[in-house]
Write a protein that binds this ligand. Structure first.
Ligand code: ATP
Length: 604
């Protein structure tokens, strides 16, 4: 039994408390199918979210099977299903894969056969078996709603909350979905609450809750509505509501509540007697439990007491562990990546073109390096030719510094492209999955593994490809390995920071924009092109990953090249080890920000 006792949800409006839900009191028994209706903006979704725990009630109490959800224990993620207004499936997966991934993420199964059985049963229950192999992106609106329901049924929830699952559907699909919800409420004592705009098919519900400006105006059988509102047709209920203030409707409802609840109880008893409503055995107290109750002198017909027995007797599915969730999330991420042809082509284009772009600039650089190294070897004889040597120093210094910075900036760009939309682009799905019991740590670990692979491939390829075009004389230590480490670190740092931005921002657009600005500022603020005024440099430098990768890379080069670069820039370099530490700190900060962002509630 779900009970609401004077539940309110209040927001601050113009400095004053404004109740969106005002003192809602309801009893909803197990195996009950209830509709929440009311004019647009009356608080239907807010009430559903308050029941789900997505909105914290400002006042009042919510009890589930006798347990106070705020004070004792909130819903177990397996106990409750919430089907939101938005799609919770990935377009690139098939119906079958979507249900499989939802099951793997939320249900600990003993073996593959058990997993398959569970998936087959849900496909059948929701009428999706015939289209199990179809990709989500080609499904009709009605099929998508069925899939949303199917993905919530994987845990066999005892309470199923649906938000506008019929909106935008044609009348036939709408009826099919309402019928499906009706059937779902008839099994396993499952309570189904559905928010709907539509006043069609109300006869399929056990009870209708009419909300008006956040207040309960009616909660009773569908066939009692017209009489209660004194109208001939249900369509006239909303205009009738507008004729009286919501507080008046609330008062009126409180007067009639008992009578209408008696009708609901009578109907429920008939349904159970006729076998139309099945309440599983484990939800009915056994003879021993009944005896225990009577010896405790607790009245058996007290719903809270019998609900306590139900709570103890009802077994919930177990959640898989962190590792299992991680591997499912990672496998799913790679699958989605490879099925998104646009994303794969973009990654390939970046991977191939960026190093080529850097290599293009080597023609000129190589010529200078060759001349420079010849002169460098005969340096003592060239004291007389100081002017020529200085000129050579300048040219080589600019070429080598430029090439390193070019690589660093392009890898920063890749990092931003890798992660800017990674979380923000699928935030609502993640919020839904988090609500369903997916651990933010497992989700973050899957992102680190996926993005880490991209970072390694991109950075190693950039280092190896560009190296093929360097024409250093034999025996000159170019610091290739150190340089490669810095390329990996700068890409990882930018990817981690952009992942943090992606987790903290509300929309993918905000996240992309901020990430692009961040990359855009790397070059001017690194000091590689123009030295910054000291006052600005000391403030900005710690945050500019490109500076630390550039500086560290140059510090680990052959001293002759380092000196040449020193000659063309006024910006000072830091020791390579310090640069590595700073870049590692950037990575850690980015990942911490990601974790904080993922833990945050970003439902809207
Ligand atoms: N957290 C919040 N902060 C401020 N206003 C809110 C919040 N949640 C809901 N509202 C406002 O409360 C009102 C009721 O919103 P709700 O979405 O619950 O209505 P609804 O009946 O579901 O509407 P619709 O039928 O149009 O979907 C709206 O005006 C909405 O803007």
């Amino acid at each position: 039994m779900l009970q609401l006792k004077d539940v309110s949800f209040t927001i601050q409006k113009d400095g004053e408390d404004f109740p969106i839900i005002d003192k809602a009191t309801l009893d909803i028994p197990r195996g009950h199918f209830m509709a929440i209706v009311g004019p647009s903006g009356c608080g239907k979704t807010t009430l559903l979210k308050t029941i789900a725990g997505l909105n914290e009630e400002s006042d009042g109490e919510l009890l589930w099977n006798g347990r106070n959800l705020a004070e004792e224990q909130d819903f177990d993620p397996a106990e409750i299903g919430y089907v939101p207004q938005f799609s919770i499936a990935y377009d690139q997966l098939t119906v079958d894969e979507s249900i499989e991934s939802a099951t793997r993420l939320r249900v600990k199964t003993r073996n593959l056969a058990e997993l398959d059985n569970r998936i087959d049963r849900i496909l059948e229950e929701t009428g999706l078996s015939a289209i199990a192999d179809r990709p989500v992106k080609v499904l009709s609106g009605g099929q998508k709603r069925r899939l949303g329901l199917a993905m919530e049924l994987v845990t066999g929830p005892h309470l199923l909350l649906c938000d506008e699952v019929t909106s935008g559907l044609d009348p036939r699909s709408e009826r099919d979905i309402v019928r499906l919800l009706h059937e779902l409420s008839r099994r396993d004592g499952r309570t189904v609450i559905s928010v709907t705009h539509s006043l069609a098919h109300l006869e399929l519900y056990d009870s209708i809750l009419v909300l008006h400006e956040g207040k309960v105006a009616y909660h009773g059988p569908p066939n009692g509505m017209n009489h209660y509102f004194s109208v001939d047709d249900t369509e006239e209920v909303y205009p009738q509501l507008a004729k009286q203030r919501s507080s008046k409707w609330q008062e009126s409802w409180l007067k009639h509540r008992e009578a209408y609840y008696k009708k609901l109880e009578k109907k429920r008893a008939t349904l159970i007697k006729e076998g139309e409503l099945s309440i599983p055995d484990e939800l009915v107290p056994s003879a021993d439990e009944k005896k225990k109750l009577s010896s405790d002198t607790a009245p058996l017909d007290d719903p809270n007491e019998s609900d306590k027995i139900i709570r103890e007797a009802t077994e919930l599915v177990r959640m898989p562990g962190m590792l299992s969730q991680f591997s499912t999330l990672l496998g799913r991420r790679w699958k989605i990546f490879f099925r998104n042809r646009g994303q794969v082509l973009l990654q390939l284009a970046i991977l191939i073109c960026f190093p080529i772009l850097v290599a293009l600039f080597h023609e000129r650089g190589n010529e200078n390096i060759k001349r420079f190294s010849e002169r460098y070897q005969g340096f003592a004889q060239e004291v007389q030719e100081r002017t020529t040597v200085e000129k050579s120093y300048l040219t080589v210094g600019s070429a080598v510094s430029g090439i390193v910075m070019f690589q660093v900036v392009l890898l920063s760009l890749m990092g931003s492209n890798n992660a800017a939309r990674e979380v923000a682009g699928e935030r609502l799905i993640f919020e839904k999955e988090k609500f369903g019991g997916i651990r933010p740590s497992a989700y973050l670990a899957s992102k680190i593994a996926f993005l880490g692979s991209l970072v390694l491939i991109q950075s190693l390829w950039m280092a190896i490809f560009v190296q093929q075009f360097w024409k250093f004389p034999d025996g000159v230590d170019t610091g290739f390995l150190d340089h490669t480490v810095f390329l990996v670190l700068v890409n990882a740092a930018m990817t981690a920071i952009c992942l943090g931005i992606s987790s903290l921002m509300k929309t993918a657009e905000q996240s992309s924009l901020l990430s692009i600005y961040l990359v855009g500022f790397q070059l001017p603020l690194s000091g590689a092109v123009l030295a910054l005024p000291e006052s600005i440099e000391s403030i900005t430098q710690p945050f500019i990953s490109a500076y630390w990768a550039w500086s560290g890379s140059i510090e680990s080069m052959n001293p002759s090249y380092r000196n040449a670069i020193n000659a063309v820039t006024e910006t000072s370099f830091e020791p390579a080890t310090a640069c590595q530490y700073v870049l590692i700190i950037h990575i850690v900060v980015g990942l911490l920000a990601s974790y904080i962002g993922l833990k945050r509630h970003h439902w809207d």
